[in-house]
Design a protein. Sequence first.
Length: 594
Amino acid sequence: MINRNKSTAFYSKRDDFKCFFNFFCTFAPMTTLSFRPKLFTTVKHYDRQQFMTDLLAGIIVGIVALPLAIAFGIASGVTPEKGIITAIVSGLIVSVFGGSKVQIGGPTGAFIIIIYGIIQQYGFEGLTIATLMAGVFLIMFGILHLGTIIKYIPYPIVVGFTSGIALTIFTTQIKDLFGLTMATVPSDFIEKWIAYVSAFPTIDPWSAGVGILSVVIIAVWPRFTQRTALGKLPGSLIAIIVMTLAVLLLKHQWGIETVETIGDRFAISNQLPGAQVPVLTWDIIKGLVSPAITIAILGAIESLLSATVADGVIGDRHDSNTELIAQGMANLASPLFGGIPATGAIARTMTNINNGGRSPMAGIIHAAVLLLIFLFLMPLAQYIPMACLAGVLVIVSYNMSGWRSFLSIMKNPKSDVIVLWVTFLLTVIFDLTIAIEVGLICACLLFMRRMAETTDVRVISDEINPDEEESDFLMGNLEHLTIPEGVEVYEINGPYFFGAGNKFEEIMSSLGHQRPKVRIIRMRKVPFVDSTGIHNLTNLCLMSQGEGIQVVLSGVNPRVQQVLHKSGFDTLLGEENICSHITLALARAKKILA
């Protein structure tokens, strides 16, 4: 029956998706959870033509993801099949439950350094627990609607740690790229380069030739095949095929066996692992909170950045909170099957788009292609040269470096340059966890400084400029704008928060003349006030009352007035001394003087 009417079977599956989607939409509004997978919305208008386009895109993306998954797995300190398992499991879940139509999930270069460091300190089981915790954090980010907030992490921090990761990845590949003979490779960046220089006389020319030729093939392949059908094949796959055949030829024809392959270092298996839940203890969880948060934040940033870039290309709009929940689900499932952390991959997502992928079905097909390769072709991976994989990661690190963005930020204000360099150097010299934490602290401090500089307090002692009082000019109330003797008017321009709270004291101490009897504080240009601002206003009011000076507020907007009322400040000052306009404040001042 299936052969007789294939379209009926296809559309019956689509109707099943419709029924599930309608059921989901019926009960979703009963909760505040923002979870709207794009798969359930795109299936409403899905047809056979789009499926064929997604099929081609999914196959190509699966082929592109294969060498990257193997390389990322090995560079992270795990076996190559764990990289592929991660791409299969996370790719499937991100496509089924994600908030973007075209996002492709899987292992990425950004996680290499974090994963390697966690394994060195806590072992693979510690990595599994940290990834599970990161999955929980990501789901919490989505439930709490933090998707839009994460996108506002300062750009210099993103460029700083991305460039730092790129340099670190490049550094870790020097041994395999040149076939250096080293007992151990130091983990510290500076010590690592010192060890490389000491071991450089042991360079293996055949391994170096394989690594350098791999870099050349990957770099020039798109230029020569851009307008041909071969251009759809990734240069990394071509380099792996060519270099693997070349190394086999060298080994069997000329007896050259100095080029190390994956099989020399790992035992390759194509058996699907069963789900395993690690043993959880409170001490282990406490020790892994920091790396887990780093994985979650980095995964959130990279996945939302990838989805945002994809939106600009296909003219769509992703659901950031749904995407975070899907990324969390992927990072909960991947470690249970022996995988590593995963996130949205920009390069594979763009490959999907460029080959016509416009629905999550392409990502599902990409996961299925990787599964078939894993089951039937995985044993062949043992012949891939390690130097070739190092060449693949050298190109990955170059593409990650974002050196053009790095140089462009160097032309920005000094504060951005400081954040950029601090994040970059901490990523390279220490680790990404410290870099993100310190980078965010620096960015917050510099932001607070900028905000404080936007708020100024000035003194008006004689008369208020009529050109600035359009409403008074239209009402013909210019005579009320003359400031009586014994009255000082202070104008706050900008938010009155902790960064600007001490400016009153600085200005009043600099005046040095006879104290007034009334101080009018104009707040018409104050959009909000925080607790520190209220504290400073309270101190100013108490200090003024102690000196026999009455404080009058002018032009307080309803939002600020509500905050003052909740804090009890209006009771201290007196509601009659909180005026809606400067004319009323001046009238109140004259009444006090009288």
